[in-house]
Design a binder for this molecule. Structure first.
Ligand SMILES: Nc1ncnc2c1ncn2[C@@H]1O[C@H](COP(=O)(O)OP(=O)(O)OP(=O)(O)O)[C@@H](O)[C@H]1O
Length: 696
């Protein structure tokens, strides 16, 4: 019912537009009406062969012209000309270039909402990413101007809010916290007081109708949170809180029911108009109501621009081309059908290819006169291009009153200070980590189970000769467990955080260094303190030497091992693209450390060709250091009939050849490794996570 009303609204609007259009423009319409075919359904006429010239003579001035001149004296916020994008395409035999976008031109004005529509694979996301400055790889040609000038990446990415298809947010934060942290990170403390940020967050939540769920967690597949529509609105809120010039949304309606989807699109339209910003969004299959929210639609098919103008007039335009929209059909469905390849038979496929080719070619021809005009900045359009009775949308009208200032005024928004940024990120990391129930449970369970298992297994070892093997085994078990435990727990949470960082850094939210250090600041205390719990518990349960300095030395060595392991975990996590591969590499690394840790093979008896691996294993130094600390000065009880008795712990050290380094040297080497691996982790992160976007 709602859709029928919307379709009628579009059609009614269409009638008004047609009546108001200047005679020169209307003439095309009337002649085309005669030439348009009369088929029962969209499908039927689409399967008919189309002559490339059929309807060509009746081409009207495209709506792009109308929309461009509708804002006559207003310069576009963003304009793009002849954008062509190709990627390397690997066939079985050879690799060649495949062009995904062909000479796409257009522009968006302040206060305007543009819908990017087309069938799957048409190139919508590709074009959107190019316009948002988020395209990586391939060859990009053409021109994109922001406020009439070439885009400056550092400025542009902070002026444009990009809402990804997948909502990348911390599930444990509430709606309010999510938007508040975005405000804290992206609104500098020099320009905005805390109160102003709070007010701004409240206003964004109100505008996006999120106030009633401000205390609800975002949630994810594992924990319940806000609804899909609300989550999408939070993503939009994160972008809006910085007051961007433009908001770019990739499939904001995907996965939402039609009511929620409509609400999202309507809100974007309202915000665009009330704030005088611009919006561009891809929508896979908008219903008729959503279509009315777009000031203009940009229709893509097979990487070609097929139409760019108002949705109302698109129906008329296509009718002029010989493709009337069947009554009662959702115009958006009609557009998509018109632009889709029909694979039902080779003949259908051929016909649909020719139809798309024809539509692309005829739009390209008819839109040429305005392409250059739309890229000019600040200048007045020629009055002769301006029809007297244009139907402008609310958004476009609002845009006329919007004043940009001059491009020279366009200084980049300043950044928060390094310390403030670190404090904010660490605060956010602390909250998200402490609310991460699964993670904390895993860490807690590991500590308690290791304490109980090893504590009971090696309970009160005593000073008999048999305790030598048990002591050695205990130190091996401790190094093994701590390294495996750290890698498995922290690698996963780091990957999740890295995904969010990559998305947030795309908008220039914060520095890589603050992200990395905040992770260390939060992860290290949790990792170290949780390991102390079981280390000290086991130390006393096993009855190791009750000397404070020995307990302290072993604990310190063990703590540094935790730090090194965390450093290596972050290094693998930073360097390797996927979690699956990283977890395999991490497991392999720990296995290698443990194999060469000095326990499984006698430290002094390794072949020279592999002995070097011992020296890169932190487990080796920590193991040697702990064994030396425990056994030095230890008196063992020899039984009378045991001729091979070792009465002193130092003999054990000699027997296992764990006397290559002093305890102090072991500690120093592991501390250097901890610093080295942590730095390598940061360098890997900078190198691998550095965006390599193409800019034109
Ligand atoms: N990096 C790439 N390498 C090779 N092909 C690519 C690459 N990126 C996109 N494509 C191809 O380009 C075409 C357009 O992709 P794009 O994601 O822009 O389409 P879309 O219109 O957004 O589709 P959908 O609505 O299904 O998301 C598709 O055929 C896709 O497979």
């Amino acid at each position: 019912m709602g859709h029928d009303i919307a379709e009628n609204r579009i059609r009614t609007q269409l009638t008004v537009d047609t009546m108001q259009r200047p005679p020169s423009i209307n003439s095309g319409s009337s002649s085309s009406a005669q030439s348009s075919r009369q088929f029962g359904s969209t499908r039927e006429y689409m399967e008919q062969p189309v002559s490339p010239m059929d309807g060509y003579q009746s081409t009207k001035v495209p709506e792009k012209t109308l929309a461009s001149v509708a804002v006559g004296h207003q310069a576009p916020l963003l304009s793009w000309e002849d954008v062509t994008y190709s990627v390397k395409f690997k066939d079985k035999e050879q690799s060649s270039m495949r062009t995904l976008l062909h000479n796409i031109s257009g522009e968006v004005y302040p206060g305007e909402v543009i819908g990017l529509l087309g069938p799957s694979g048409a190139g919508k996301t590709t074009l959107l990413n190019i316009l948002a400055g988020r395209i990586e790889g391939g060859v990009l040609n053409g021109k994109v101007n922001y406020r009439g000038q070439k885009r400056v990446p550092g400025v542009y990415k902070r002026r444009v809010a990009y809402v990804e298809q997948e909502d990348v947010m911390y599930p444990m934060l509430t709606v309010e916290e999510t938007i508040m942290f975005a405000a804290k990170l992206r609104l500098t403390e020099n320009h905005y007081t805390q109160l102003q940020k709070v007010e701004r967050v409240a206003s964004v939540m109100q505008q996006l109708r999120l106030s009633h769920v401000k205390g609800t967690k975002i949630g994810d597949a594992l924990s319940r949170g806000v609804s899909g529509g609300e989550r999408k609105r939070v993503s939009i809120g994160v972008g809006l809180v910085t007051d961007p010039d433009m908001i770019v949304l990739d499939e904001p309606t995907s996965g939402l029911d039609s009511n929620s989807a409509e609400m999202v699109v309507e809100l974007v339209r309202d915000i665009t108009r009330s704030r005088g910003i611009s919006s561009i969004m891809t929508v896979h299959q908008p219903n008729a109501n959503m279509l009315t929210c777009f000031d203009r639609v940009l229709l893509l098919s097979q990487g070609h621009l097929v139409y760019f103008g108002s949705a109302n007039q698109a129906i008329d335009y296509f009718e002029a081309k010989g493709f009337p929209c069947p009554m009662r059909q959702n115009p958006a469905d009609f557009f998509i059908d018109l632009m889709s390849l029909n694979n039902r038979s080779p003949q259908d496929l051929e016909n649909s290819k020719r139809r798309i080719e024809y539509l692309a070619q005829s739009f390209d021809e008819s839109s040429k006169p305005t392409a250059k005009l739309s890229l000019s900045y600040g200048g007045l359009y020629e009055q002769s291009f301006m029809p007297n009775s244009l139907v402008t949308t609310g958004g476009l009208r609002l845009a006329e009153t919007f004043n940009w200032g001059t491009p020279e005024d366009d200084t980049p928004p300043s950044r928060a200070s390094w310390l403030y940024e670190l404090k904010t990120l660490a605060q956010r990391d602390a909250i998200t980590t402490l609310r991460h129930f699964t993670f904390l449970s895993a860490v807690g369970l590991n500590s308690v189970s290791v304490l109980l298992l090893l504590g009971l297994l090696f309970y009160q070892l005593g000073n008999e000769v048999e305790s030598i093997q048990n002591r050695i085994g205990l130190f091996f078990a401790l190094t093994l467990n701590s390294t495996y435990g750290i890698m498995s727990h922290y690698l996963y949470v780091y990957y999740k955080a890295k995904d969010i960082m990559l998305s947030e850094r795309g908008s220039g939210s914060y520095r890589m260094s603050t992200f990395y250090i905040s992770k260390l600041v939060v992860y290290l205390p949790i990792a170290v303190f949780s390991s102390w719990v079981y280390f000290l518990g086991i130390y006393f349960m096993a009855g190791l030497q009750p000397v404070v300095s020995k307990a302290f030395t072993s604990l310190s060595l063990f703590s540094v091992l935790i730090v090194v392991t965390l450093g290596v975990t972050l290094m693998v996590g930073s360097f390797v693209g996927t979690y699956d591969l990283a977890s395999v590499i991490a497991a392999l690394t720990v296995t290698t450390w443990v194999i060469f840790g000095g326990h499984l093979a006698n430290a002094g008896d390794l072949l020279p060709v592999i002995k070097w691996m011992q020296y890169i294993s932190p487990a080796f130094y920590v193991y040697e250091g702990m064994v030396r600390t425990e056994f030095s000065g230890l008196k063992l009880h020899c039984k009378e009939n045991n001729g091979m008795c070792m009465a002193h712990g130092d003999d054990v050290i000699m027997l296992y050849k764990l006397n290559e380094f002093t305890v102090g040297q072991c500690a120093l080497i592991v501390i250097c490794m901890a610093i080295g691996y942590s730095m390598l982790a940061y360098i890997s992160l900078r190198w691998k996570a550095k965006p390599r976007y193409l800019w034109i």
